[in-house]
Design a protein around this ligand. Structure first.
Ligand code: 5GP
Ligand code: MN
Length: 344
């Protein structure tokens, strides 16, 4: 905990009255859980709060308390402009750079301050105040500490939201960002009323048939290079259309194909529009996909990252996979010789 920085944020939250909260495109459980928990915390302090995101809310998060309060920029159209009261503070959660919030109809020049709260190592410190804790499992865990520092009540609503943020960003306590402290936060959240079983059911046992059909199609197209320890697959517009799947139902495919025994890195290539390709990377162990995604203008975490490219999906697959093979082969050579020298 960077206690001086957190106190600076506490002072801003106490001093100002008008807040806008936002997060990144492709909303996930950490973005939404953290936004809504902070919303309820600020409401306890009698503040005026608006949450606005570019993208629509994935169906599995509709159980979240307060979800109906979130404004969705995409539903309001391109020309939508949010009326900003004087002295408004914009709080950006879980977004490693300012471009990743997308279009939320805000003239940033009209905001008084930008407070940037995140846990991505690649964060560009774009705020006037930047609280970046790369050791935190999730932004949810940071908001949990902020709630304590503010002396606010950890209500059942807030506990549910923050517990959901933590489990989604840690893959239910399986990823490398899970620390002893994460369990401590989760323990306190469960004590405050978050029910682990119910929340897990909402998030993981709430699939539409279309999502499973899409997973099946993606698994039929699975490719592997077991020498290089890579697995990859694609999701085209045509696959989305004929399974009737929603965009959000591509979530999880890249994690499923990482589960193969000797695979170290998995990649999902997804057509999001005409010639627009979103690439998701996942890794086990030491290979840093955040660094690899940065080569192509993206970023993320050491074991989960992404980027967006334009062009033909098959050409992009070929280019990325050959670069990845090269990077992994030289990484494995370096890694094996290091462990060999450690052994002797
Ligand atoms: P996903 O593959 O689930 O979309 O994203 C995995 C991680 O990478 C998340 O932490 C996400 O914020 C980050 N990420 C995904 N795409 C991009 C991108 O284009 N730029 C940056 N900076 N981060 C990304
Ligand atoms: Mn996060």
């Amino acid at each position: 905990m960077q206690s001086k920085k957190i106190r600076e944020i506490v002072n801003i939250l106490k001093e100002y009255n008008n807040f806008i909260i936002t997060s990144h495109v492709n909303l996930d459980g950490d973005a939404l859980g953290s936004e809504l928990a902070l919303y309820f915390i600020l409401k306890q302090l009698q503040k005026r709060v608006t949450i606005i995101n570019q993208d629509r809310i994935p169906y599995i998060y509709s159980f979240m308390p307060g979800i109906g309060n979130i404004i969705c920029g995409d539903m309001l159209g391109n020309n939508f402009v949010l009326n900003i009261k004087p002295e408004t503070v914009l709080i950006v959660l879980d977004s490693s750079n300012l471009e990743r919030i997308g279009n939320i109809g805000i003239d940033l020049k009209k905001t008084k301050l930008i407070v940037n709260i995140d846990h991505h190592p690649s964060n560009t410190n774009y705020g006037h105040i930047n609280y970046i804790d790369t050791t935190s499992s999730s932004v949810g865990e940071i908001i949990f500490h902020l709630c304590t520092e503010l002396g606010c009540q950890l209500t059942e609503q807030i506990a549910k939201l923050l517990y959901a943020a933590i489990i989604t960003d840690t893959g239910s306590f399986r990823y490398a960002n899970t620390r002893a402290e994460t369990f401590h936060s989760a323990y306190l959240l469960a004590k405050a009323g978050a029910n682990p079983h119910l929340i897990a059911n909402y998030i993981y046992n709430n699939n539409e048939l279309s999502g499973l059909k899409l997973l099946g199609e993606a698994l039929l197209k699975l490719q592997t290079d077991l020498d290089s320890k890579i697995s990859w697959t694609i999701v085209t517009r045509e696959m989305i259309q004929h399974t009737c799947a929603k965009e959000e139902e591509t979530e999880g495919i890249v994690d499923r194909i990482l589960s193969i025994k000797c695979v170290q890195v998995s990649v999902l290539f997804r057509e999001t529009g005409e010639g627009k390709i979103k690439i998701s990377f996942r890794s086990k162990g030491e290979f840093n996909v955040d660094c690899f995604a940065k080569i192509f203008g993206g970023g993320g975490h050491p074991n989960a990252a992404g980027c967006q490219l334009e062009g033909n999906i098959h050409t992009i697959v070929e280019k990325i996979i050959s670069e990845l093979k090269r990077a992994l082969d030289s990484f494995q050579f370096k890694y094996n010789s290091q462990s060999f020298s450690r052994e002797i």
